[in-house]
Design a binder for this molecule. Sequence first.
Ligand SMILES: Cc1cc2nc3c(=O)[nH]c(=O)nc-3n(C[C@H](O)[C@H](O)[C@H](O)COP(=O)(O)O)c2cc1C
Length: 449
Amino acid sequence: MSSKKRQLVLNVFFQRFGHHLAAWRHPSSTGTGRPDLNWWINAAKLAEAAKFDTFFIADFIGRSGEITPNTGRSSISYQFEPFTLLSAIAGATKDIGLVATVNTNYDSPYHVARKFTSLDHISGGRAGWNIVSSFGEHTAKNFGLKDPRAHEERYERAEEFVNLSKALWDTWDDDAFDHPDRKAGQFYDPASAHPLKYEGKHFSSEGLLDFPRPLQGYPVLVQAGNSDTGREFAARVAEMSYCSATSLGVAQDFYKDVKGRMAKYGREEDQLKITPGLSVVVAESDQEAQDKFNELQQLVDVSNFHFGGFDLSAYPVDGPLPDLPYQSGDNGKGRFQQQLELARRENLTIRQLILKFRVARGHLQAVGSVKTVADTIEQWFVERGADGFNVVPPYLPQGFEDFTRLVVPELQRRGLFRTEYEGKTFRENLGLHRPENPNTARDPQRKTA
Ligand SMILES: Cc1cc2nc3c(=O)[nH]c(=O)nc-3n(C[C@H](O)[C@H](O)[C@H](O)COP(=O)(O)O)c2cc1C
């Protein structure tokens, strides 16, 4: 266990207009659907000024070509490709961690390992990788992939992808290029290179990475998944977990379950930060916050509703949910299953389900005064439902400005959250170990170099 005092982790997950279904229609919402780099840079700077740990970019890669009468009625996130965006943000910030999502179904480990190495150096040691393996039918078509990959196979492939990436990052000693001997004409010591020859089930690679080891050793490894396989993957591989829970009990079960799986892999529990999604509408008083939230809720279009991949627009919106044929283990369905069970238990109609859970996309929704919101955050943190949160601002920029202006100072006042960044790298700020290069460790000559 690290000696560092347990401290709240705060990540922010931006979507251009916000996460609430009606965010783009809110009176304070401005701008068009055209990508706007300055908007993203300002958002990252705001998060950094509030001392957030992470600026996270999701990537739901690809689009369906199916055009229906409802197409175009939602603001789905058309946004920048993560590496290029985060490289630009890296130049405009200096402390905040930068997490890019990469899907392991549509890329190759060599390509991805070098991009993360590059981002880590560009940002001075602030790169993180949200490892996803979702497999939407339309994305497969976008990429011309014919055979659907089963859930288990995707996770197996994801893990091999990550292992090979790590092996590629380890092909150079950390200091391989730090000692050019101009007099002797020796740019680097050949003993600092550790070529690999890898032949696996899904990938193979031979040779060296064409870039020095990441400053952090490896980028911070993040995972988002709720299935049993996803949880095992998090316990074995991940250093941060994005998850979703709408009640403390569900969050505590997830927290205990995933952390409880780590010991068998020789991992310490504090080396995985569990950060459920949190959507906040905050104001000076509970009533004022509720009024703000109601204003958003009234803008929700309930006629165009998809739930867990099912189009429910043909069903009466004030009637009960129809039977949905979920397959356990299907991609991402664990999360919808949770909401479905809650909806059934509470006898919700389709409209009530939308307004209660889907507006925050299945994440915890906190609406209230500073005290109300900070109490919820503190309770989840202290009672081990979370190590921190992945803040999903409901509408932007106001929804996040309110959070940084009102909630962050209160969390700092309570001693739960930092007032200054403590470390130089993303890892250091999170209190995560820096992975040693196992190849250097095996070579005593280089270790003393
Ligand atoms: C907060 C959060 C962010 C996610 N971001 C992405 C993403 O950017 N791209 C993606 O393809 N899937 C994303 N996912 C989906 C998961 O990574 C994962 O692929 C899916 O939930 C399947 O995992 P499971 O079957 O283990 O539940 C996200 C999930 C959560 C909870």
